[in-house]
Design a protein around this ligand. Sequence first.
Ligand code: GLC
Ligand code: GLC
Length: 658
Amino acid sequence: MASPTDHNAEAALSLERLLPRIRARAGVAGGSDVPARWTAFAERLERHWPYLFGPLLELYGSRYDFFYHLEKLAWSLFESWMERPADLVELDELRERDGDWLASPSMVGGALYVDLFSENLPKLREHIPYFKRIGITYLHLMPLFAVRPGDSDGGYAISNYRSVNPSLGDLDDLTELARRLRSEGISLVLDFVFNHTSDEHEWARRAQAGDPVYREYYFTFPDRTLPDRYERTLREIFPTVRRGSFTWYPDMDRWVWTTFNSFQWDLNYANPEVFRAMAGEMLFLANAGVEVLRLDAVAFLWKRMGTSCENLPEAHLVIRAFNALARIAAPALTFMSEAIVAPDEVVRYVHPRECPVSYNPLLMALLWEALATRDVRLLAYSMRKRFRIEDGCTWANYLRCHDDIGWTFDDDDAAAVQIRAYDHRRFLNQFYTGQFEGSFARGVPFQHNPDTNDMRISGTLASLAGLEQALERADPELVEMAVRRILLLRGVIMSIGGFPLIYLGEEWGLLNDYDYVADPAKEGDSRWVHRPRVRWEYLESLDAPDSVSRRIYAELVRLVGLRRETPAFSGSRTAFEETGNESLFAYTRGASGQHVLVVANFSEATQQMEANRLRLAARSTRMRDLLTGEAHTTREALTLGPYEFVWLEADVAGGRLG
Ligand code: GLC
Ligand code: GLC
């Protein structure tokens, strides 16, 4: 990929031509009374222009009307900046000074569906104290915009990016919520669903009505010739919805490119108008008070015949161009990538000029893998090789989100630790759907593809970790093991580097809810099994001292509190350590003179890390477990009980490495 500096001369010249035109149109005269807003705008435009111009030139430079689009875009940046509310401009300045806010150990993410959590936006406001009790500082509200009726893929089939789904509230409720959250130290995170719109979006409707301008917003075909050729190299994402990636719309007499559900139309970014139109929607969201946009389905943004149409270089250029827009007109806005793809590809989106935050799907999948196998070799190998990301970037570490679990580890990594990837994925699918003898998990298959035998897994954290089965068997020992598995996985995502992201409801160990099949809009999509309506009656059981939910919740709050007080847990730099034991996963974290060694036992048997290994990993002969206060030394082996984990802080004053 060319870097923006490759086009510096062209960038400078085009800005030289553009700037006076915008200035004149904006009515800004020269001299000393130039308004401060304009000065700030012009300064940022100059600073970031090459990063916008470069990608756009590569994407659209061969178009006869390139300069027209450029000028329109620059003008909409200016307009959007002028409309930006004063409190957000203040935030812009703050974030520009402290670009590292995401690296703080006080960062903790939460995600929820507004309707399922609190019915609507006004009621969500009342839960702010609850978020604060947990320690959440980053709140992702699942898509809440106007959607098509019936199945809307959980809000991901958007019909209007500027209006809130009326059953949840309106735009004022949203901006008010954003403001309230911000005043309580919580950043609002929303999706930027920019790969596709619903078939009921105004653009799609016009395309259906035959408007040639809007036809160009999407990919439509009169017959199967091109779809067949594309499909030779495409992966099927939702094979149980319909085979292939195209849907026939009889009223239009055309096939439409629909990577996901048949009612989600992929946008055509080869058309600069699409880029501009979506840029407008993005800037609108930014000015509504959104601090982080989760860029949905980034991998699929660009299509080229003969390729998988995933992760193409142009997809990265599109994101970089959007990022540059934000740097100019809404600097406080940052991006999180949702690239649930092969690990080599995931990290390519993680860059300060692209998405400074990313889901960590590899860690997620491999934590579950290690739990099933009681063997951390693939996890440790993969993390050692792949955890490191660009400075200034952050992992969002999660165990469950609203989506399924796919086994996205790298086949060569698996081979390196003597694992056959295909068989292993089959085993994991059997294990997590409870078909494997002795499995503790209660997952549900998602998108089984009969041709490739591929499938993914749905299920809540607690059900996958064994709690559902244990409660059903009313076996206190199994319950204990399930709870410990949950705590173990949390102990890792709280400390490994980056910030933890919790799907809300999981904080109390919510179980699978099989009733989704009664709702015709949901029955075809097993992901609803782990997206139940939050039952606030549960909160009462939190008060019962012996309740399992209470313990799971209280431990989460405790871990978050400890994390916040542990400077070593800031940032995303981590050293992975050899433990000499297949069931023990270990790493060290360090910052501000503090060093913490984390060791986690992924088996239900007691395990030891030998003193020799401990000495190599530890920074001091004496250590104290931040979780229990217990002292440890490197003179003897470290013994960990079933699923136990420790956060060992080096007592640097007390003893040197020995
Ligand atoms: C993303 C969302 C997923 C949705 C898909 C299509 O992957 O996380 O829930 O189905 O995009 O929008
Ligand atoms: C696929 C896509 C991912 C999406 C998921 C939804 O795995 O790669 O982006 O979230 O499907 O199920």
